[in-house]
Design a protein around this ligand. Structure first.
Ligand code: PLP
Length: 387
C-alpha cells in the first residue's frame, strides 16, 4: 500500500470548505484548503509590520518562485488573468495582431488577447494529451501572428514541438502554466522554457497564496527587468513610467503565504502523481474509458485527473451517489462561448477534437490531501459505474 505524503491530521487546520471556499457536504471534494501555523504567523507578522505592499516578501517570493521553476526572473502578480495581459503587453501585442491559443482551456487564456486589442486564433488540441496540436499551430501561423499562448492544461506539459515551431518562426511563446506548478518537460521545469510564463495561485491551484494571485516569469534577458515594471505602472522609479503597465501587484501577506506554500509543492506534486498512478492502474482495464495519457518525458502536475465518459451525466450522478464530487473542465470550448459570437471560428465543427473533448471530460478528485481510504473510495466508485 502507498504511504500518503499527507494525512489529514497532518494538514494543520483543514477547514470543511473546498478550495473555492464553498462549504463541503459529505462528498469527497475536488480540492481542500491547506492552512498551517506558519501561514498564520507570517500573515500576522506582515500585518503588524505595516508593510503591506512592495516589501521584502514580494521580492523574495518572485525570486524563489523563479528559482524553483528554473526561470531567469520572476514577479508575483495579482492573478493568472492579469499575468497573461501583462505578458502580452510586454511582447507589444496589440491591435491588428493575432495570437494562437487553444480553445480547450479556461476562458482567461483567450480573453487576455482581446483585452490588449488583438484577435485570438483558436487551434485544436491533441486528443491524447488535451494540449495544443503542433501541426495545427503551424497551420494557423500567418504574417499577423504576434505570439502563441500554450496552455499546460490539467498539468500536462505541451508538446516540445510547439516550442520548436515557435522558435523556428521567431514567434514569442507564453506558457500559460496556471495549472502546471511543478510539472516538467524533458528535465526542464514548466515556466522555464517559453519566452514568458504565467501562473495562477487561485485557491484551487496546485499551490495558493490565501486569495487570488499569480506570477509572471521571464526567460529572456530583454524581458527579465521589465516583468516587475509591467505589474507596477511600467515604472522603476516612483514618478517615471517607461511603458504602459498597471497595478497588478500582489500583497505582501499573500506573497508571504506563497513562500510557505512553495515549501510543500514538491510533496504535493509527488502525492498527486502517486494518486494518479493508482487511478491509472485501477482504470486501465475498464472498457468504457481510458486513463489519461502522460506525455513521454513529462512530469505531469495532475492539477486535474480527467476521464472521458460518453454518458457523463449518468456518471456524475453515480459518483455523487457514491459520495464523490466531480467537475467538468470545461463544458463549453472558448470559440463557442457567447462572448465570441462574432468571432469567425464561432461555429460547431470549427475545432472537432476540442468540441468532442468538451462533451465528455469529467474530473475526479486528485488533490494531495486525499487519504488512502478516500482514494480507494474514488476507485470503487468509478469501477462500479455501469455505462
Ligand atoms: C489555464 C488557465 N489560465 C488562466 C487562468 C486565470 O487565472 P486566475 O483565475 O488566477 O485569474 C486560469 C485559472 O483558472 C487557468 O486555469
Amino acid at each position: 500500500m502507498l504511504e500518503p505524503v499527507f494525512r489529514l491530521t497532518q494538514v494543520g487546520n483543514t477547514h470543511p470548505r473546498n478550495s473555492e471556499g464553498e462549504t463541503l457536504g459529505d462528498n469527497i471534494p475536488l480540492g481542500r484548503m491547506f492552512i498551517n501555523d506558519e501561514m498564520r504567523e507570517v500573515v500576522s507578522d506582515v500585518l503588524d509590520s505595516g508593510r503591506w505592499i512592495k516589501g521584502p516578501h514580494s521580492k523574495a517570493f518572485g525570486a524563489e518562485w523563479a528559482a524553483y521553476c528554473g526561470a531567469l526572473a520572476g514577479t508575483p502578480c495579482s492573478n493568472g488573468s492579469t499575468a497573461l495581459i501583462a505578458a502580452l503587453r510586454l511582447l507589444d501585442v496589440g491591435y491588428g495582431d493575432e495570437v494562437i491559443v487553444p480553445s480547450h482551456t479556461f476562458i482567461a487564456s483567450a480573453t487576455c488577447i482581446d483585452q490588449v486589442g488583438a484577435t485570438p486564433v483558436f487551434v485544436d488540441v491533441e486528443e491524447e494529451y488535451h494540449t495544443l496540436c503542433p501541426d495545427e499551430v503551424e497551420k494557423a501561423i500567418t504574417d499577423a501572428t504576434k505570439a502563441i499562448i500554450a496552455v499546460h492544461l490539467y498539468g500536462q506539459p505541451i508538446s516540445s514541438r510547439v516550442f520548436e515551431i515557435a522558435k523556428n518562426h521567431n514567434i514569442p511563446l507564453i506558457e500559460d502554466s496556471a495549472q502546471a506548478h511543478g510539472a516538467e518537460l524533458n528535465g526542464q521545469r514548466i515556466g522555464s522554457i517559453g519566452d514568458l510564463a504565467t501562473f495562477s495561485f487561485f485557491p484551487s491551484k496546485n499551490m495558493a497564496v490565501g486569495g487570488d494571485g499569480g506570477s509572471i516569469l521571464a526567460n529572456r534577458e530583454d524581458l527579465a527587468d521589465k516583468i516587475s515594471m509591467a505589474i507596477d505602472h511600467g515604472r522603476l522609479d516612483k514618478y517615471r513610467h517607461d511603458f504602459l503597465g498597471s497595478n497588478f501587484r500582489l500583497s505582501e501577506m499573500q506573497c508571504a503565504v506563497g513562500r510557505v506554500q512553495l515549501k510543500h509543492l514538491d510533496d504535493w506534486v509527488a502525492r498527486r502523481n502517486e494518486i494518479a498512478a493508482r487511478y491509472n492502474e485501477a482504470f486501465s482495464s475498464l472498457e468504457w474509458t481510458n486513463p489519461p495519457a502522460i506525455r513521454e518525458g513529462a512530469l505531469h502536475a495532475w492539477h486535474q485527473y480527467v476521464l472521458r465518459v460518453d454518458n457523463r451525466d449518468e456518471f456524475q450522478a453515480h459518483m455523487d451517489e457514491q459520495g464523490v464530487s466531480t467537475g467538468i473542465h470545461y463544458p463549453i470550448p472558448c470559440h463557442l462561448q457567447p462572448l465570441y459570437e462574432s468571432h469567425t471560428q464561432h461555429r460547431q465543427g470549427a475545432l472537432p477534437i476540442t468540441e468532442a473533448i468538451c462533451e465528455s471530460v469529467v474530473s475526479i478528485p486528485v488533490h494531495p490531501h486525499l487519504s488512502d481510504d478516500e482514494v480507494d473510495q474514488v476507485i470503487s466508485a468509478v469501477k462500479s459505474f455501469q455505462p
